[in-house]
Structures are given as C-alpha cells and as structure tokens.
Design a protein. Structure first.
Length: 306
C-alpha cells in the first residue's frame, strides 16, 4: 500500500505555535454612527424605565413638604426619619408583623400552586380519559376571564362562610388548581418528557402516584422553581385581595399597609410610604436574584415564550 502525503494548505493561516488569530473587520464611519445612535437610544430607554425607581429612592429621604412641591428628583436635604418611622411600625403593630403576614401568604400560595397545579397538569397532560381535551380547553379559557368579574361572587361566598378578615380567601384558590397559567406551563413541560418513562414504570408495576412523585416531580424541577418565583412575587405584591378581605391592621400584609400611609382625612405620609415601599421590595429583589438562573432555565424548557 502506498501512503499519500498531502502538502500544506497555503490558504490556512493557522500557526503551530499558537491559536489562529482572526483580524477584526474595520468598521466604516456609517457603521460607527449607527452603533452610537443605537446605544444612545438604549440608554434613553433605560433612563425612562429606571426613573420611577430612582424617584422612589430619592423621595424616601426627602422631607414630606418637598416630595410633591419640588420638581427635581434630587433632594435639597436628606432626612432618615421616614425609615425610622417605618421601622417603628404603625398603630402599635411592629414592622416584623407585616413582613410576617406577607411571608405567610406568599409561602402558602407557593405551596398551594405546587401541590394543585402540578397534579392537575399531570392528569391533563399524561393521563388518557374521556373529556381530557375539553377540560384542558376550559382551563385555558379561564385565562380570558378577568379576575375583577369574580370579585363580588367570591366575596359573597366567603362572607357566607364567615372567613372574611382572614387569609383563607387569599390562599384557598391556590390549593384548588385554579391558576390556569401555571397549569398550562406544567402541561407544556410534561409534553417534553418522553412517554417511554411512563411505560417503563408501568411495566415495573408503578401506579400513577408512584410515577408522578418518583419520576415526573423530580423532572419538573425547572418548572417548579419558575412557578414558585412568579407566585411568591405576585402574592407578595398583591394589593387587591388584602384590600377586599382584610380589615384589621395587625393582619395587613405590606402592600395593604402602604395604603394606610395615604390618609384622605389627615396629612398623608408620602415619605413614609416611599420608605416602606423600598423596604418591602428588598425580599422580592433578593428572592429574584437568588433564583433568576432557575427562572430563565424554567421558561426556556417549559415552552412558555413571551
């Protein structure tokens, strides 16, 4: 046999002594100008988006008389009395109590969504039974129903049950699989899991409960983290529900407490409201920063695209 020797490729610029270096194409003046205009436009949009947060930050250290009278967001004098009064609480109720109320509502909401929506999605996405597609269509159709339409009927029901002024109306819906958005997200994620796993488990004698808890639930972890983040943030920031169902200040969560700073019959403490707003945002921001990589992964793998 004869060996064929191939000569060096003169078109290649690879060097045996180091990695190949690719010369960067020099941009034309028109391309540079286009890039500068694009970056300036992005910075302008960023300023518009971040201005409300900057205004809240500066208003929290302004005197009350300056918040509504001064046009400039930069305070002429800095005061920390708003934060001091915020830490003192309101009406004799300490600040930690309002944080605790928000934490309890948000935590129960997360547990309810995980327990109910995952099981509902497994039934609609993996099981075969008559009417499954029709039931799933009804679940998706509820996304088109505004929540305000159900406020009066729900309030009448909870009033007859004598559970108004408790957190029961705020969390019970989360345990009944009524959040169609998360049901849809779980179903989309389950559709990406091979059905051979179910078949193999069935051959080994596993039932639906064993398949769900031992196989599907661990594989649902990205979707679970995503739904937990959304539910925690939405429940923490919910204002309408506590405004309707909670009437005693010691039961208020933080969003409901913020409304108490605006008194139509007396002087409103806008500075205290801004300071409390910043304090209430701290847990949400920390929660999001810790789990943001799981949020991105969960959205990418569950088929929910904006």
């Amino acid at each position: 046999m004869s060996a064929t020797t191939t000569g060096p490729d003169h078109g290649s610029q690879a060097s045996p002594s180091g990695p190949r270096v690719i010369a960067r194409k020099k941009r034309t003046p028109a391309e540079r100008a286009k890039s500068v205009i694009w970056h300036i436009a992005l910075l302008a949009v960023l300023v518009v988006v971040l201005y409300p947060a900057f205004w809240v930050l500066t208003a929290s250290v302004k005197p009350n008389a300056e918040i509504l009278t001064s046009i400039s967001p930069i305070p002429t004098s800095i005061t920390w009395e708003h934060f001091a009064s915020a830490f003192d609480g309101m009406a004799g109720v300490p600040l930690w109590r309002f944080f605790w109320n928000s934490f309890v509502i948000a935590t129960l909401s997360v547990l309810g969504i995980l327990a109910s929506c995952s099981i509902t999605a497994y039934a609609l996405g993996r099981l075969e039974f008559p009417g499954r597609k029709a039931m799933f269509a009804v679940v998706i159709a509820t996304l088109l129903l505004p929540g305000q339409v159900m406020l009066i009927p729900q309030y009448l029901i909870f009033s007859e049950m004598d559970v108004v002024n408790t957190i029961f109306p705020l969390v019970i819906g989360k345990f009944l699989g009524l959040d169609a958005f998360f049901v849809f997200m779980y179903v989309q994620f389950l559709r990406g899991i091979p059905r051979e796993l179910d078949q193999a488990a069935t051959i080994d004698g596993a039932g639906h409960f064993r398949i769900f808890f031992s196989i599907m639930l661990p594989l649902l972890r990205p979707a679970i983290v995503t739904s937990s983040i959304f539910t925690f943030i939405w429940s923490w920031n919910d204002f309408m529900g506590p405004l309707i169902y909670l009437h005693e200040i010691e039961k208020f969560p933080l969003p409901r407490l913020l409304q108490s700073y605006n008194n139509t019959e007396a002087v409103s403490n806008y500075g205290g409201m801004m300071a409390m707003t910043l304090l209430s945002l701290v847990p949400v921001v920390l929660f999001f920063l810790v789990f943001q990589k799981f949020l991105i992964k969960g959205i990418a793998t569950s088929g929910v695209k904006g």
